[in-house]
Design a protein around this ligand. Sequence first.
Ligand code: ATP
Ligand code: MG
Ligand code: MG
Length: 296
Amino acid sequence: MSGTKVQRSLCSIDRNSSAPGAYPKTVLGFDVSTINSVQFSNHTGYKCFKGQVLNSDDLACLYDGLQENGISSFSHILTGYIGSQSFLEKVAEIVVDLKKKNPSLVYVCDPVMGDNGEMYVPAELLPVYIDKILPIADIVTPNQFEVEKLTGIKITSEEDAIEAMKILHSRGPKTVVISSSEFSSDGSITSLASTVANGKKEVYKVQFQKLNAVFVGTGDLFAACLLAWLEKDKDLKLALEKTIATLQSVIKRTFEKAKALAGEGNRPTPAQMELQLVQSKTDIEAPPNSYNAVVL
Ligand code: ATP
Ligand code: MG
Ligand code: MG
């Protein structure tokens, strides 16, 4: 762990460091202190996984360690997958404490709860996200399912998504980014971003083709890249464009490699579908200028 510089130092609370978000944070220049919410052998898309789930006492203990060494001043905190109510409540306490130490701390919350109509965390986490986390989050990056859970709005159109983002703003975060939503009749994916910072409202969207494959960890990668580009460029439109550009490069490279490894007519295994991150270093550092966000 490190984190002595306040400038661009990031506290990351997420599943263990094999999570795809870890690499881009470092590549894009953050000094990262990592706290694992779980320590698993591999992601949960494999036939089995082994390891430990950290509880709120473990989290408190790790945070104590940072404090006792005087290395708990961060410019950013990012939280991702969290599997228990007490752990999430402790996260909220820590964020409040960190904001006392550094009032300009930016809290980016990826409220990982589920996807495609299914919750993969206990239902008790939802009210904690709504009541304790949203009010202190500066930026949230839910997927469509998570936006629907957090707002109660079913998203079947662009208007629904904009309405849901408005509700999220009213609960706290000045910047809301929906990593993906699917409501277009042509089967494409839409990513939307909205900010009410500096007294003006801006809404952007990027639409792109859906690849016929399921990737694991794209949400982690999305949140990490967005955080980094927002910090570097201070421009939501550009940050969204760069984030989508990186994501599309990574998943296309991943899918091509997986298909080649699996061989004609075979379905790639979870190992073959692991995101090609190191191989995509250039696309992470300098995303291709391939997507133009529409101003809504
Ligand atoms: P995870 O479950 O891995 O955390 P998530 O549901 O939080 O993922 P998504 O919104 O599904 O995250 O994906 C994040 C980004 O990854 C999207 O904005 C998109 O750019 C890309 N992506 C993921 N899956 C696909 C796909 N099948 N086709 C095209 N793009 C995809
Ligand atoms: Mg998804
Ligand atoms: Mg996600």
